[in-house]
Design a protein around this ligand. Structure first.
Ligand code: NAI
Length: 328
């Protein structure tokens, strides 16, 4: 029998946590034969609700779930962690400036990065979901100098999945026929969902769609503003779809992309495609044996270049702001 994998979830008592934990425990994060120990990290006010969720997890009698620990101490929460899902974050509230938002999150992600550095397992993989995800990942990474930088990733898989769904609806294709879609840049309204290299049943998606106005005026804004549209409709932000994307992100990272396909992950740039080295930006990546690689050699047309550059510019500004604040 396999040794259980230690999975730490922060913000475990939140709405994404509620949608996420049951799927981790039922084997969807790592695979149907991998037992897991869950570590739920919350702030003191969240502990009681996390205990309630843990009771429900017990009541599912999941065969793969070995034990659950609940804590508000990051050193305990990340002890021996193999996978860390950093979901808990400080949301932007009314009247909050970007600097306030970044420093409030710095107060969360800097100590968590340090706790990962000091306590996690050597093979730790980190996914940051809490917004602003890319820059929060950068803050955590900077606080963890002993962990290889590439283990810190940010979630753009929800954007990736949203883009696939919109493209399927437009073309009448099945979701499963769509490959090689890319989200570039920041998980924010500046993100760029790129279909120029995407394929639908083996044919180029942009050529099939053949409608640049739809791309510019409908597709891109629909994907980029989907989060706001969900809040408007549901009265609460995306939770089940965000949890699903977190599951997809880690599952793909651990278990690999399919031949002839790739996925999108926010990862530290190595300078590819003109993205300044070190920025945590979304790229097309293939994964294999628990490692990812940026897909190289894609032709970037003018339409794409301008949009990638705009999103990367925003990431650069966020990085400069957190540097100014002494967070990295
Ligand atoms: P929520 O407010 O329902 O839950 C957040 C939880 O985090 C709360 O239980 C809170 O007590 C906890 N928390 C706060 N600070 C913490 C800390 N220092 N340590 C541990 N736990 C802490 O929020 P929800 O809906 O679950 O969303 C969580 C985050 O995910 C938000 O930042 C949201 O913007 C982000 N998000 C990101 C998406 C993406 O695609 N990257 C998609 C959807 C949401």
């Amino acid at each position: 029998t396999r040794t259980p994998v230690n999975v730490t979830v922060t913000g475990a008592a939140g709405q994404i946590g509620y949608a996420l934990l049951f799927r981790i425990a039922s084997g969807h994060l790592l695979g149907p034969d991998v037992p897991v120990n869950l570590r739920l990290l919350e702030i003191p006010q969240g502990l009681k609700a996390a205990e309630g969720t843990a009771m429900e997890l017990d009541d599912c009698a999941f065969p793969l779930l070995r034990n659950i620990e609940i804590t508000d101490d990051a050193n305990v929460g990340f002890a021996g962690a193999n996978v860390a899902l950093l979901v808990g974050a400080r949301p932007r509230t009314k009247g909050m400036e970007r600097g306030d938002l970044l420093s409030a999150n710095g107060g969360i992600f800097k100590p968590q990065g340090k706790a990962i550095n000091d306590n996690a397992a050597d093979d730790i993989k980190v996914l940051v979901v809490g917004n602003p995800a890319n820059t929060n990942a950068l803050i955590a990474q900077a606080a963890a100098p002993d962990v290889p930088a590439e283990r810190f990733t940010a979630m753009t898989r929800l954007d990736h999945n949203r883009a696939i769904s919109q493209l399927a609806a437009k073309t009448g294709a099945a979701v499963s026929d769509i490959r090689k879609l890319t989200i570039w840049g920041n998980h924010s309204a500046t993100q760029y969902p790129d279909i120029f290299h995407a394929e639908i049943a083996g044919k180029n998606a942009a050529e099939l769609v053949n409608d640049e106005a739809w791309l510019a005026d409908t597709f891109i804004p629909t994907v980029a503003k989907r989060g706001a549209a969900i809040i408007e409709a549901r009265g609460a932000s995306s939770a089940a779809s965000a949890a699903n994307a977190a599951i997809d992100h880690v599952y793909t990272w651990v278990n690999g992309t399919a031949a002839g396909d790739w996925t999108s992950m926010g990862i530290p740039s190595d300078g590819s495609y003109g993205v300044p080295e070190g920025l945590i930006s979304s790229f097309p990546v293939t994964t294999k044996d628990g490692k990812y690689e940026i897909v190289q050699g894609l032709d970037i047309n003018e339409f794409s270049r301008a949009r990638i550059d705009a999103s990367v510019q925003e990431l650069t500004e966020e990085r400069d702001a957190v540097r100014e604040l002494g967070l990295i």
